[in-house]
Design a protein around this ligand. Structure first.
Ligand SMILES: [Zn+2]
Length: 200
């Protein structure tokens, strides 16, 4: 049996974080690959349900460029990671599920920006504005000194942003809730800038 662990470290070159994969205590991705941003890695259902799982990305930081992919197979007592080049890693099922569950819950790696993004995303999940725009994501990494919120409607994208100093996630959340209140009261003046563009 093998053991699996994740080590989450900042990835300045891709302006996010990477989840390094550790197998039997040793780094497994190798120097030429970055781990996925933890949010991207742990959002994949295949990690626990089985199927095609992306576990690493090209050193340029892009996904889809030169991914490291494994096939995840669940059995009665074990989880297998295989690939077409003969890889075979075997994990104890209960231990594997425990490692993944705690990794998915772990937010210790986050900096203030990532915590702010998560809090605002949780607060805005499923939010649809009165004019039909549905919330997609919140990012502090699109524009310096700003929190950007993306909404979509019929294939179009609308971006709203507001200033945030990058320090207090609570301030970012409070400002987001104020913005939401402003947006649901159209007569209320707002100093929010917006732009809209078609998504390709
Ligand atoms: Zn690349």
């Amino acid at each position: 049996m093998n053991t699996l662990a994740f080590e989450i470290v900042p990835s300045p070159s891709s302006n996010d974080f990477e989840a390094r994969i550790r197998i039997d205590g040793a780094d497994w991705l190798g120097r030429e690959y970055l781990g996925l941003d933890p949010e991207r890695l742990f959002a994949q259902p295949a990690l626990t349900s089985g199927g095609r799982l992306v576990v690493g990305r090209c050193e340029c930081g892009c996904e889809g460029c030169d991914d490291v992919v494994v096939d995840v197979l669940r059995r009665d007592q074990e989880v297998l990671w295989t690939n077409s080049r003969g890889l075979r890693l075997e994990f104890d099922l209960a231990e594997y599920d425990g490692v993944v569950t705690s990794a998915r819950r772990n937010t210790f790696w986050e900096d203030a920006k990532r915590t702010a993004e998560r809090w605002v995303s949780e607060a805005f999940a499923e939010i649809r504005l009165s004019d039909g725009w549905l919330f997609d994501w919140a990012s502090t990494r699109s524009r310096d000194g700003k929190m950007t919120l993306s909404f979509s409607k019929n294939g179009a994208q609308k971006l709203l942003d507001y200033p945030w100093d990058g320090k207090s996630p609570q301030d970012a959340l409070t400002a987001a809730m104020r913005l939401l209140k402003d947006l649901s009261e159209p007569s209320h003046p707002s100093n929010v800038t917006s732009d809209a563009k078609s998504q390709v």
